[in-house]
Design a protein around this ligand. Structure first.
Ligand code: MLT
Length: 363
């Protein structure tokens, strides 16, 4: 599924329902896989606009960019990856002096879009925003049509976002403890929404099942934007999604907020208890994001994009918007190709044995 410039048009995906295999992450995963990064939120405003328009500082050195840049989001509009992309695209556009058009290319847990960007012209006009799924896909997918380390150049890391476990308004459990008891009692008749194999929401669901020794039925969407739409409608029971996509609904009381997946409470959602408070310290996860271009993109263009990203992440309104959604930009030295590559390499290495031991596969 693909939609261009469609931030305001909620994408109603038809969910593919698959009965969740009893995929257990063992103690090794719980200990090693999801070590939460500290997030220090503050206050501020909400998400940005649809198409990032350039009115600012003019084209960068060397002639690039001379035309509109496409920034590809590998999940549906209205989800957390989409939100993060739109927050940084606007200021990057100002710095680069060209429009940045957001394209949602959803499918296969984010791998469809990544494959398309890997094969795109390496001219700096196709940029991918992706998250932790970039590091898990090589192990989850046997036939992945790209190598994350060989077929891309990294621009820089963007942010690392906590997740929240939330329920439909009429779903019976009111607390994390009640949720666990409910799932223990009702087993796989409980529906858990995610954004496909390799999505952060899927990983969090696996961690939930492992930590609680339960099995739920997974319902996959093209992104957690449409998944939350169905949650609000009571068509699925619960999900785990990034604070960038759940904070507003939690504050408005539109969903039941069971826990945040970090050891400490989050200033943006101070009333939401942590998974540690609920007795599930191993259910701990944050979701890192980064920008990519095709592997043969000239280094000068990579540097232009990285500089624009670094400038975006220091803008006060971006910092405030991130804080309002429970997260923060990475430090300046992390928004670089070098730091991003190190992170991706270490994350691929971290996930491979964990996923293999868990027996989880997309095939
Ligand atoms: C995920 O579960 O990986 C994300 O929430 C997908 C999305 O951005 O919609």
């Amino acid at each position: 599924m693909r939609s261009d410039q469609s931030f305001d048009a909620t994408t109603a995906a038809t969910p593919a329902i698959r009965t969740g295999p009893r995929m257990r992450f063992g103690a090794a995963l719980a200990a090693a896989a999801f070590i939460a990064a500290a997030c220090t939120p503050g206050t501020g405003t909400g998400a940005g606009t649809g198409v990032a328009s350039a009115a600012g500082s003019g084209a960068a050195a060397g002639g690039y960019p001379e035309r509109t840049i496409n920034m590809v989001v590998p999940f549906a509009a209205g989800g957390p990856t989409d939100t993060v992309t739109r927050l940084v695209a606007e200021p990057m556009s100002q710095t680069l002096g060209q429009q940045i058009v957001i394209q949602n290319v959803a499918g296969a847990g984010g791998t469809l879009a990544a494959g398309q960007v890997a094969a795109a012209e390496p001219d700096g006009y196709t940029v991918l925003m992706h998250h932790i799924g970039m590091s898990t896909a090589p192990t989850l997918y046997d036939d992945l049509p790209y190598d994350p380390l060989e077929d891309f150049k990294m621009i820089g890391l963007v942010t690392e976002v906590p997740m929240t476990i939330i329920g439909a308004p009429d779903f019976e459990p009111d607390t994390m403890e009640e949720l666990v008891a409910h799932v223990e009692e009702n087993g796989d008749s409980v529906n858990y929404a995610n954004a496909g194999i390799g999505a952060a929401s899927q990983l969090c669901g696996l961690l939930f099942m492992s930590a609680t020794d339960t099995t739920v039925t997974e319902v996959s969407y093209d992104g957690t934007g449409p998944a939350i739409t169905d949650l609000l409608g009571g068509h699925v029971d619960f999900l785990c999604d990034q604070t960038t996509n759940t904070t507003e609904q939690i504050r408005a009381g539109e969903v039941k907020a069971y826990a945040i997946t970090t050891p400490e409470r989050n200033d943006a959602l101070p009333d939401v208890p942590t998974t540690t408070e609920a007795g599930l310290p191993d259910l701990s996860v944050t979701v890192w994001h980064g920008l990519y271009v095709p592997g043969d993109t000239p280094d000068a263009i990579v540097q232009e994009l990285s500089a624009a990203l670094q400038a975006a992440l220091t803008e006060q309104n971006v910092i405030d918007s991130f804080a309002d959604l429970g997260t923060e930009p990475v430090a300046a030295d992390q928004a670089t190709p070098e730091a991003h590559r190190i992170k991706l390499e270490s994350e691929i290495a971290r996930w491979r044995p964990i996923i293999e031991a868990a027996g989880v596969s997309a095939d």
